[in-house]
Design a protein. Structure first.
Length: 633
């Protein structure tokens, strides 16, 4: 796990940016605290920060060259099947000078070029420089576990693992207001776009080449799903459970390979508990880590984590935090965010990663299961709309009543009222509109009104709708639950969940591995009917049924809870001055010229009312953007 950056200058103007290569590399220091190295020639520069995981010796440092000195690689990620690939290459007479997966990747590319990507089981973002042909080859893993941003203009091509590295090259920081419009709805910016007009994100499952100043992008992978009816002879449910278990255990085994201490996140939910149990079968000294909230018993799940730890006999560490402990990390988290990103559970991931890093360099997690198998409340809601009866119609008809009830995420009654309002609103929408609304926190109309009037006019003339359409193209007029899950793997999984985990774990120099995202397992999951994943009474059905005898019975008698933080309380107490008198004050908003203050003021009034609903999520999105604006713009 590392940080990478590089530049290909096309002329003398572009070459002037080469002076920033060292600073751009140093900006990635937290991604790779163990070693830094830089290569540059007349027009090409490569920078690498290393977090040593496999073959920690100096011969595995990067940039790494092959023996001919023609090819160089900088690589961020892990190739879990590198040992099998190495044996194949050795059988063909290829000699290795290290024991690293980096060298295996480099020599596999030399032999097979872009076809090597289909052979890789792991997560990655890398660049290979062909000095003879004067080309760059860059690729990003199938699901977007690892990030890769780039800028391409007439003078240069620049790339990096993080925006803060890209900005070191002195780029023009012109904001893409369509990206901002999207961000204000979703609280993140989906690939291929970024907050800046000039910077793009390579989408998951894609590679690109730079040759003769030209950029060519291609897709090498998509989930083999073409609709619910595409699998005419699905495997039986019992057999599906057995195959699911076989594939998941193999995935966990692959991800235990490391030459440094390795542990496992354990929240006490089904997903992380299964991963913990499987890892413990193959690693007797497994260390597990969980986070608890002393002041927020509604969100605290440490009792279940302790139960699972005892069940599997792991060495368990609980980081039990007060609201003040969480709040103390807030400035560091906001400072590390280099593109607006407002999933507030990133705060928890940051602290869990920070504490875990004191004991381990690698951690396994249960991320991905919810998106693949229908684990979220919104998936249950989608299912109920698709299979609606008189009950769902009654909920929709009672919308005026639900709206007058107090709504809040911070207690069970308020949260239920909030969910009923969202469900009733969504029932009235088309499949595509419903998906988009339930993926975010604000409607298109609400978002438009909060922007400055000058921006409102220009946005309609730009490209937001084509961007949204590309996300929603996989949802037909009569959607199935598999259509919803497939779209989540394109939108929510890479741009929210995996971005959050990568950003917050790398801020603490911790590598996080996600066994549910082994491509063999994902491909199998999308060959299954939707009914294997969710029905009226159970979510993540196949996962829960397959491991019912493996896990403590108490896990099956608990409600699902989100990985949340007490934002509402902070906003009303510790952060009230920051919101009211600083970043969301009338003076700052009007001088900035991005937002329409009367609409911002309405959100603030709702925030301090008895019926806040979801407003804290929108306030958090604004606060993150304003903090970012003050730091970078």
């Amino acid at each position: 796990m590392c940080g990478i950056t590089g530049i290909f200058a096309f002329n003398l103007v572009g070459k002037m940016n080469m002076i920033h290569l060292t600073n751009a590399t140093m900006a990635l220091a937290k991604r790779g605290p163990d070693f830094q190295d830089i290569y540059h020639d007349q027009f090409v520069g490569l920078g690498h920060r290393r977090l040593s995981i496999i073959d920690t010796s100096v011969v595995a440092n990067q940039p790494m060259w092959d023996e001919s000195k023609r090819f160089a690689i900088i690589f961020n990620g892990e190739i879990f099947n590198y040992r099998e690939l190495r044996k194949e290459l050795e059988a063909k007479g290829i000699v290795f000078f290290s024991h690293s997966d980096t060298e295996v990747l480099l020599k596999l590319y030399i032999l097979e070029k872009e076809k090597c990507l289909n052979r890789l089981n792991g997560f990655f973002a890398f660049c290979i420089y062909d000095k003879q042909e004067q080309t760059f080859f860059l690729a990003r893993d199938r699901y977007g576990v690892k990030p890769l941003l780039y800028l391409h203009d007439e003078d240069k091509f620049i790339f990096a693992s993080e925006m803060k590295s890209i900005m070191q090259y002195g780029i023009e920081k012109a904001i893409d207001y369509n990206s901002l419009y999207t961000y204000l709805q979703l609280n993140y910016i989906p690939a291929p776009d970024s907050i800046f007009k000039s910077v793009k994100k390579l989408p998951p499952g894609h590679y690109l080449t730079i040759k003769n100043r030209q950029l060519t992008a291609s897709k090498f992978y998509t989930i083999p799903y073409t609709g619910e009816g595409s699998h005419t002879n699905p495997i039986g449910y019992t057999d599906a459970q057995e195959k699911f278990k076989t594939l998941l255990e193999a995935s966990v085994q692959r991800r235990l390979v490391a030459d440094v201490p390795l542990g496992c996140f354990l929240s006490g939910g089904i997903d992380s508990s299964v991963i913990t149990g499987l890892a413990r079968k193959h690693k007797p000294d497994l260390h597990t880590f969980s986070i608890g909230f002393k002041d927020e018993k509604f969100f605290d799940e440490t009792n279940y984590a302790n139960l699972v730890s005892k069940h599997f006999n792991t060495e368990h560490t609980v980081f039990s935090l007060t609201n003040n402990d969480l709040y103390e990390h807030l400035n560091n988290i906001l400072d590390y965010i280099d593109e607006p990103f407002a999933d507030s559970s990133a705060i928890n991931v940051y602290i869990l990663s920070k504490e875990t890093r004191k004991h381990a360099t690698v951690a396994l997690s249960g991320d991905g299961a919810d998106e693949l198998l229908g684990g979220y409340n919104k998936h249950a809601a989608h299912y109920r709309v698709i299979h609606k009866s008189w009950k769902e119609n009654l909920v929709a008809s009672l919308q005026p009543f639900w709206k007058i009830l107090p709504q809040s995420r911070n207690n069970a009654p308020g949260n239920k009222a909030r969910q009923l309002v969202r469900f009733a609103n969504g029932m009235k929408l088309s499949a595509k509109e419903r998906y988009w609304q339930w993926a975010g926190f604000a409607t298109k109309e609400e978002t438009l009104k909060i922007l400055h009037p000058d921006l409102q006019i220009n946005l309609w003339l730009n490209d937001f709708y084509p961007r949204r359409a590309s996300v929603l193209e996989s949802i037909p007029d009569k959607e199935t639950i598999n259509d919803i899950l497939f779209t989540d793997t394109k939108l929510v999984l890479p741009n929210d969940m995996l971005t959050k985990v990568d950003l917050m774990s790398m801020a603490n120099s911790l590598e996080v591995r996600t066994p549910f995202l082994d491509y063999e397992l994902v491909n199998f999951i999308f060959s299954l009917p939707g009914e294997y994943k969710i029905n009226h009474s159970i979510r993540k059905r196949i996962l829960q049924d397959a491991y019912r005898d493996f896990l403590p019975k108490q896990l099956y008698k608990r409600p699902k809870k989100g990985f949340e933080v007490p934002l509402l309380k902070w906003f009303r107490k510790e952060m009230k001055t920051l919101i009211v008198d600083d970043v969301l004050s009338k003076k700052f908003i009007e001088a900035q010229g991005v937002f329409h203050y009367p609409e911002v003021d309405k959100l603030k009034q709702k925030l301090f009312s008895a019926n806040p609903g979801d407003v804290h999520a929108r306030i958090w999105g604004l606060l993150v953007f304003q903090w970012w604006w003050k730091k970078y713009i």
